[in-house]
Design a protein around this ligand. Structure first.
Ligand code: KG4
Ligand code: ZN
Length: 340
């Protein structure tokens, strides 16, 4: 008998994703994004995101099946993000998943969004070693997670951001610098021409008495805004490239310093960096440099698997199915502020 094919559905924010995974292998996937509809508001508008999921849910599942060369009857289980995320957005994905599971007569599995981000890397680089350290950095999250066994043990949440996520800091400062949305990639591009030592931006929460695993980016955002304001007040042109390079250096420094320290303190030999900010060239370079120095294996999934997608949710579903986990009831609720 062939191994089960798992359909994964993701709708926690502005991406509607569907993916198909069998035995840890990605068979096909598709993502639709409402990002363009949010651009003029400078951030994700929950109501717009939820409506976009209603339109995209069934088409992305069909597109994922077409990508995999499969049909609906090949699906053996359905996995869906139940949280954390925007409640209206999550509702749409969960409702769609229940519909598919019920009509196909296959089990339904609820998946934690962050577990999905972690599992994304297994689709490219194979099973994760147990344990491993995960730095998840996106527009919505900045956390350090200790993963013992993704299918069996709850993820240990070592630290989180106390205010803004790292991606949010990139996006908001980009706006102040007059760069386009989403700001992360724009800062990354602008930084290429800049000097990372031009501006001494703060390294929040890296002092000896600070929480080793907590992050804070709102102070950095304020410092960057103040720096821009000082130029404007003095009638000077804003050296955007230098500001972007210096901001990126500060963020990359804090993220990688804490992640490597967490690996050392927990005796963990593998660091996985996931989420949209893992695409940042300086975050990648500094993580490589510091991991190599500390003898830590660094794993970073390819960009298409770093941002929100359905394949990563299918990857967790596949692990749950193979571990013999209990399926979710058809009346399973969303859990927008799901704890880890
Ligand atoms: O994982 P993701 O697609 O969505 C969630 O937030 O869950 O991450 C999006 C975030 C945005 O804040 C975006 O600006 C940031 O990732 N990002 C980057 C880069 N590419 C995307 N930040 C810095 N440098 C990049 N190259
Ligand atoms: Zn995400």
């Amino acid at each position: 008998k062939r191994s089960p094919v798992v359909l994964g559905i993701e709708s926690s924010c502005d991406e509607t994703g569907a993916g198909l995974v069998q035995d840890g292998k990605l068979l096909g996937h598709s993502v639709a994004s409402s990002m363009d509809e949010h651009a003029r508001f400078g951030g994700v508008v929950p109501e717009i995101a939820a409506r976009a999921h209603v339109h995209a849910a069934a088409p992305v599942v069909h597109a994922a099946l077409a990508d995999a060369g499969l049909t609906m009857s090949d699906i053996d289980a359905v996995a869906v993000t139940t949280g954390p995320g925007l409640s209206g957005a999550l509702q749409v994905g969960v409702a769609a998943a229940k519909g598919f599971a019920y009509s196909l007569g296959v089990p339904l599995y609820g998946v934690h969004h962050l577990a999905g981000h972690v599992a994304a890397d297994t689709l490219e680089h194979g099973p994760l070693p147990n344990p491993c350290m995960v730095l998840i950095v996106s527009g919505g999250h900045t956390s350090l997670l200790l993963v013992r066994d993704l299918a069996r043990d709850p993820i240990v949440h070592l630290g989180d951001t106390l205010d803004d996520a790292a991606g949010e800091c990139f996006d908001k400062v980009a706006r102040v610098f007059g760069l386009p949305y989403p700001g992360g990639p724009a800062v990354d591009r602008a930084a290429r021409e800049g000097d990372p030592r031009a501006v001494a931006f703060p390294r929040p929460l890296t002092g000896p008495r600070d929480d080793r695993y907590a992050f804070s980016f709102s102070g950095l955002k304020t410092a960057a805004a103040r720096w821009a304001e000082q130029h404007r007040a003095a009638g000077l042109p804003l050296p955007v490239a230098d500001g972007a390079a210096s901001l990126q250096e500060a963020i990359a420094d804090v993220l990688t310093r804490k992640a490597v320290a967490a690996c050392k303190e927990h005796g963990v030999g593998t660091l996985v960096v996931v989420g949209g900010v893992a695409a940042n060239s300086r975050v990648r370079a500094l993580a490589e440099e510091r991991c190599a120095k500390a003898g830590i294996t660094l794993r970073v999934p390819p960009l298409r698997l770093c941002t929100d997608n359905g394949a990563m949710i299918a990857a967790v579903g596949d692990l749950l199915v193979r571990a013999g986990a209990e399926p979710a009831p058809l009346d399973v609720s969303i859990d927008p502020s799901a704890p880890l």
